[in-house]
Design a protein around this ligand. Structure first.
Ligand code: ATP
Ligand code: MG
Length: 476
């Protein structure tokens, strides 16, 4: 059953019970009050009749010492006929509960009579031939006799009014329920609209429509649930997108890797086949072996770089406070044997947050790229500067530069702007991919700024530990 239907059903049940009970108690209360009023009047009437009887008995001519049964009948008949609209019914019994006079239609049994004693007044409600009466009883003391006077007061109207009251309440309850069903149907469908919209959105998203969002139609808790749901869907969509990108990137990587393997392997297989199948002179043999060696070396470089990337991803970075000069000192000694290049180091002293080994790899890769892009005798400046928000490392060359449209691609694995040029310089196209991985572990990224024909500036910013702030010396 739908939530709105449940809401409607329960409201209807509660209203039906509330109206039913309140109606029942109200009608019963009115009935009880009317019955008590009628009982009071019946008792008053009984009292009046008792007085009237005793007075009439006093007026009976004194022929005997005690009141005769015939006189009793006479007085009773007179009293009964004095009633209005024939509603008065009475019965008089003697000391032995023997009926002396009973009005026409006085069919009450003797229960009340048996109970009554001297000077006792009592009443009860009885039903006779489909009508209701208040049956009263009292004791009369007249001329030495103790008689019992009983009256019947017709109260059927009070019972009829109760039935009418119940019938009116039943009709009223049915009408109210009908109204309630109509109003609650409208209210419950409005209240549950956000839920219906959320269910619809969930189905759409589950079917793969990740961009679908639930419409917010209220400002209450369900409204904020819709907002949270949409935020969750947003995050999910972004995660799915990034997963899709990652899967795509991996596929591209595998494709590029297979392609990069193919070229050196083809050369190696070709030259190896030539060496084993033909008789070559010494010069040709050396040339072939040289090709095999060079291509093998390239494969080795590639596998080492790939290994670096995998290990970096797996092990992460152990970031520590590291003096910048330690990093510069390492790369300076690494490239000290580099011939034909003018390497200039210029840096501020500072302590940076870095995994020294990994950042040295990044600097070495950037300087290696700068060397490969520069002509012999080219100048390469390696700088370190304190900047607002950290410490900036930069490698600047005046080499061939990178076309603007290539800038976004060069950090992809195996991507080389000029493949033959890069390969001739033993490039595998993996250096910048590795740098990107390492810098991501340091929560920063590589910034490359280049002008073709003029040169390239590649740099990144690391967190400055803030020490030696007073020591702004420049070293070169
Ligand atoms: P590897 O670093 O794996 O030995 P690689 O240097 O070719 O090979 P990356 O370092 O990833 O690979 O560089 C990718 C490409 O970007 C290079 O092949 C080159 O075309 C271009 N590139 C990178 N740095 C520079 C630079 N300073 N000047 C001009 N081109 C550059
Ligand atoms: Mg490189």
């Amino acid at each position: 059953m739908k939530f709105s239907q449940k809401l409607l059903l329960w409201t209807t049940i509660i209203i039906a019970l509330t109206l039913g009970f309140s109606g029942y108690f109200f009608v019963s209360h009115v009935f009880q009050t009317s019955l008590e009023r009628e009982a009071g009047q019946a008792m008053d009437e009984n009292n009046i009749l008792r007085f009237a009887f005793e007075t009439a008995a006093l007026n009976v001519p004194v022929k005997y010492d005690i009141l005769q049964n015939s006189s009793v009948e006479q007085i009773a008949a007179n009293l009964e006929s004095g009633g209005q609209g024939g509603r008065r019914l009475l019965r008089i019994s003697d000391e032995y509960r023997q009926t002396l006079y009973a009005g026409d239609g006085f069919d009450a049994d003797d229960t009340l009579l048996e109970l009554s004693g001297e000077d006792q007044y009592s009443y009860c409600v009885i039903s006779l031939n489909g009508r209701y009466y208040i049956h009263t009883g009292s004791t009369i003391n007249a001329l030495g006799r103790v008689l019992y006077l009983e009256t019947l007061r017709d109260v059927s109207q009070v019972f009829e009014e109760r039935e009418t009251g119940f019938a009116v309440y039943r009709r009223l309850t049915a009408l109210m329920l009908l109204l309630d069903i109509i109003i609650m149907y409208i209210i419950s469908s409005r209240l549950t609209k956000p839920i219906r919209l959320l269910v619809h959105a969930t189905k759409r998203i589950a079917a793969g429509d990740y961009g679908y969002r639930a419409r917010q139609v209220s400002d209450d808790e369900l409204g904020s649930l819709t907002q949270d749901y949409n935020r969750m869907a947003e995050t999910l969509e972004q995660n799915i997108e990034s997963l899709e990108h990652e899967v795509q990137a991996r596929e591209d990587f595998v494709g590029a890797f297979a392609h990069e393997l193919k070229t050196p392997l083809t050369s190696i297989i070709g030259y190896a086949d030539m060496l084993r199948s033909r008789r070559l002179d010494e010069e040709q043999s050396i040339l072939s072996a040289n090709y095999i060696y060079t291509e093998g070396k390239r494969l080795e470089t590639m596998s080492l770089r790939l290994l670096d990337i995998i290990v970096t991803r797996k092990e992460g970075a152990k970031i520590q406070e590291t003096p910048a000069e330690v990093l510069f000192a390492y790369v300076r000694s690494l490239f000290s044997t580099q011939e034909g290049m003018e390497l200039v180091f210029d840096y501020d002293r500072a302590v940076v947050s870095a995994d020294a080994g990994l950042i040295q790899t990044v600097l070495a890769n950037l300087i290696d790229n700068a060397c490969k892009a520069s002509e012999n005798g080219g100048r390469i400046e390696v700088t370190g500067r304190r900047v607002p928000g950290g410490y900036r490392f930069q490698v600047e060359d005046h080499g061939i530069g990178i076309p603007a449209q290539e800038l976004s691609k060069i950090t992809q694995a195996f991507y080389m702007v000029d493949k033959s040029r890069s390969r001739s310089r033993n490039g595998a196209g993996l250096g910048l991919a590795l740098c990107t991985e390492i810098l991501a572990l340091h929560h920063t990224e590589l910034e490359i700024d280049s002008t073709p024909g003029e040169g390239t500036r590649a740099g990144f910013v690391l967190a400055d530990a803030g020490r030696e702030a007073e020591d702004e010396e420049t070293h070169s």
